[in-house]
Design a protein around this ligand. Structure first.
Ligand SMILES: C[S@@+](CC[C@H](N)C(=O)[O-])C[C@H]1O[C@@H](n2cnc3c(N)ncnc32)[C@H](O)[C@@H]1O
Length: 217
């Protein structure tokens, strides 16, 4: 059984405002390998339309810009302090073909079928499981038929030493930015995604799943 989400959505912006300045160090220690794998699995072709949901400080977004220097690049996040960092990082690439703005994964402010690729890293591990179908429905709506979703989630560990993270979460979810281990593949199947591939990675004992899936053509 999946652990219940304990960080209410109304508390997300304040929580991430507090940890924004520490986020990159945390991500380097525990998430960088999964992010590398995500971008490799996304195989972005220059000229595509790419949306990243929950861009955070822009660690994946800057690499999306490098891969898609003549395409369309959009990114959203709920937290202004994370977005400000993403904005600076994206501007430093020298590319101008991007737009970053405040937005909510639950109500994507984009038309149907508009994107070839949607990237989403470490968001579902914050969300209540009952909301997964709705948010995946939004992702599917924003992707064109045949479009690719590539996501990373904190997941349930496969080794005893991964057990430290659920313990920390039990003590105080905010210490992990509200993230707990989740398994999203069954929800992707239920939402009608196909060609689902999952890789499991553990970095500094922190367990992640990287999942690629496709909207039926
Ligand atoms: C764990 S961080 C991951 C950031 C980034 N994706 C990364 O991998 O470095 C979670 C991010 O999700 C954002 N977030 C949380 N709920 C959201 C929602 N409903 N819509 C959009 N962004 C959200 C937070 O503001 C935060 O920046």
């Amino acid at each position: 059984m999946m652990t219940e989400a304990r960080l209410d959505k109304s508390k997300v912006p304040d929580t991430y405002r507090r940890i924004a300045s520490l986020y990159d160090a945390w991500a380097w220690l525990t998430e960088s390998k999964a992010r590398d794998r995500c971008l490799a699995m996304a195989a972005i072709q220059d000229g595509e339309s790419v949306l990243e949901v929950a861009v955070g400080t822009g660690l994946a977004f800057e690499r999306i810009l490098e891969a898609n220097s003549s395409g369309r690049n959009e990114g959203i996040d709920l937290t202004d302090a994370m977005l400000e960092r993403a904005e600076r990082r994206a501007a430093a690439t020298g590319h101008t073909n991007f737009r970053l703005r405040t937005g909510d994964a639950y109500t994507l402010d984009f038309s149907d079928d508009g994107f070839d690729v949607l990237i989403n890293n470490y968001l579902f591990d914050l969300l209540p499981e009952r909301d997964f179908p709705h948010v995946l429905g939004e992702f599917k709506r924003a992707l064109r038929p045949g479009g690719r979703l590539v996501m990373v989630n904190m997941t349930e560990g496969e080794r005893w030493y991964n057990g430290i993270w659920p313990l920390i979460y039990r003590v105080n979810p905010a210490l992990l930015g509200g993230c707990r281990g989740v398994q999203v593949v069954p929800h992707l199947t239920a939402a009608g995604f196909e060609a689902i591939e999952r890789a499991y990675l553990s970095q500094f004992t922190f367990p992640s799943e990287v999942i690629a899936a496709r909207v039926p053509a």
